[in-house]
Write a protein that binds this ligand. Structure first.
Ligand SMILES: *[C@@H]1O[C@H](CO)[C@@H](O)[C@H](O)[C@H]1NC(C)=O
Length: 508
């Protein structure tokens, strides 16, 4: 969730803070007092939310020939794909299983990962981290019901299924969002954003990447064996890559995981969820067979944050394919240090910058990063004639869309300078994402997507008093709009931009 460039300077502050906080936590522990980490709030949309973890084997392949120097084992061998599904669940669904922990066990693994991130890895600091992480977030759980039925499931249809085509069900189909996390992050780090979207009628697959950019993740194979994957430093590898090369490998690995996630979702939609349940090493998804025909494969959208946004832009290169059937994209804080950004994008795209991402001037391949991102949005709009938006969410910082500020509100506002109310911050991201999903559904522009440009450059407000006064208060308060399609066209289709984008893939 935090890019390396952002993390390092802040490292000492966080380190000192956690060390100081430890004594406080020890006292809390001793006297059984609550810590100042907050529980994650309930989702606010109309649907109950379910969650299922899926880890299944994929066709094994190496995305790079590099091996670890110490073990000689391949560093980028893809064996399984892991993601958490967040989905609309049946009303009043209550799981018999305990809620998923925000910090999946074992915590010591992530602790070692974060310690490696900081370039230190010895027994003492690892234990310090374990205690620190556990006290901060160890008991925090995700308020979605594990492994409950999807909304609208009618179990009596089970026998009906054999004789009737999928369409006969008449059950709702949900659009799908595949979400890719940032550097030093994991599949649970955006649970509030994903869960809120699920509560509004979307199925979100939050991937956990094992590309060596996360603090720690366990690869669980069907034979019961497992491997811990940590953050990879280039000097652990043979051949030792230059940083750009390492990023190329990691992005290739991430792309493969995104494609495998789509493949698994397609299988679920095709009705073989039960077979997947049987090989799911996370042992969830007992009712996945009921998901037959319930995913809207004409509305699959790719989303990502930071490194994940860079990866999401990469997979859009060349337009949609069977493996990458994305008809839209939500790009959050595309990376400043995760490699070049692909500008060949041919689907409706919403790029959201946090305030700090836009505000902080940084040079990206010889140009201001802000300008590079703005020009990509303009290119989609002007050259490809497809709707694109580039906006800044006011008062937010890079981690605002993650769960971190909800769990550690004080720590995060101290260390990152976020000024927006933490819940409001995530809510605004969710609302904008829903605006894009609805636009993809009916071509109608709502919310921030219905506005014209307000700030062609960051903080350069070009609105006159009249326009300021007529703008919806929430949009004025929370957004700057840098690139947006013109709203002035009375004749859709004749104004240079294809209003009837109807970006339906030509395949089922
Ligand atoms: C990946 O590379 C390693 C080491 O070079 C090799 O042992 C392994 O068989 C390769 N895996 C696949 C699936 O090709």
């Amino acid at each position: 969730m935090i890019s390396p460039g952002v993390l390092r300077p802040r490292w000492t502050i966080r380190y000192v803070l956690s060390a100081v906080a430890l004594s406080y936590f020890a006292i809390c522990l001793l006297f059984d007092m609550p810590f100042f980490s907050s529980p994650l709030p309930q989702y606010t949309g109309e649907y109950n939310v379910g969650t299922i973890d899926i880890e299944v084997p994929v066709e094994k392949r190496n995305l790079s020939s590099a091996v670890f120097k110490d073990t000689g084992k391949p560093a980028f061998e893809l064996e399984t794909v892991l993601f958490s599904l967040f989905y609309p669940a049946t009303k009043d669904a209550q799981s018999s299983k305990p809620n998923h922990l925000w910090f999946p066990k074992p915590i010591a693994l992530q602790a070692e990962g974060y310690a490696r991130l900081a370039g230190i890895n010895n027994f003492f600091t690892n234990s310090l981290f374990t205690v620190g992480l556990w006290t901060l977030a160890g008991s925090t759980s995700i308020p979605a019901e594990p492994d409950v039925l999807m909304h609208g499931t009618v179990k009596t249809y089970q026998n009906y299924e054999a004789e009737h085509p999928i369409d006969d069900y008449g059950l709702p189909e949900f659009p799908v969002i595949v979400f890719s996390h940032g550097f030093a992050s994991s599949r649970t780090d955006y649970s509030q954003y994903c869960g809120e979207l699920a509560s509004r009628g979307y199925v979100v697959a939050a991937i956990e990447h094992r590309d060596g950019s996360g603090p720690g993740s366990v690869v669980k194979r069907s034979d019961g064996s497992s491997t811990n994957r940590f953050l990879i430093n280039a000097n652990e590898l043979d051949p030792t890559p230059a940083t750009p090369e390492l990023k190329v490998w990691q992005l290739a690995f991430r792309q493969a995981e995104i494609e495998e996630t789509v493949r698994v979702l397609r299988q679920i939609n095709d009705g073989i969820g039960n077979d997947l349940f049987n090989v799911n090493t996370r042992k969830e998804g007992k009712d996945l067979a009921e998901w037959r025909g319930r995913l809207n494969f004409e509305r699959v959208v790719i989303g990502g944050h930071s490194y994940g946004a860079t990866g999401a832009m990469q997979v859009l290169k060349g337009g949609h394919t069977y493996e990458r059937p994305f008809v839209g994209a939500v790009i959050l804080d595309p990376g400043k240090s995760s490699g070049p950004l692909n500008d060949d994008i041919r689907v409706p795209t919403l790029i959201i910058h946090s305030d700090s991402w836009s505000k902080k001037h940084s040079i990206f391949y010889g140009r201001p990063h802000f300008d590079v991102v703005r020009d990509i949005a303009r290119k989609i709009l002007d050259e490809n004639k497809i709707f694109a938006w580039f906006v800044t969410s006011k008062g937010t910082t890079h981690p605002s869309v993650t769960d971190a500020p909800l769990i550690e509100p004080l720590l995060l506002s101290w260390t990152t300078g976020s000024t927006i109310d933490v819940k409001e911050g995530i809510y605004q991201y969710v609302k904008a994402t829903v605006d894009l999903m609805e636009y993809l559904n009916d071509g109608h522009r709502r919310g921030i997507l219905s506005e014209e440009v307000t700030h062609p450059e960051y903080d350069n407000d070009i609105r006159n008093e009249e326009r300021k006064a007529s703008m919806p208060k929430d949009i004025d308060k929370y957004w700057q709009i840098h690139v947006a399609p013109s709203t002035g066209c009375a004749f859709p289709g004749l104004c240079g931009v294809d209003h009837d984008h109807a970006a339906r893939p030509p395949f089922k």
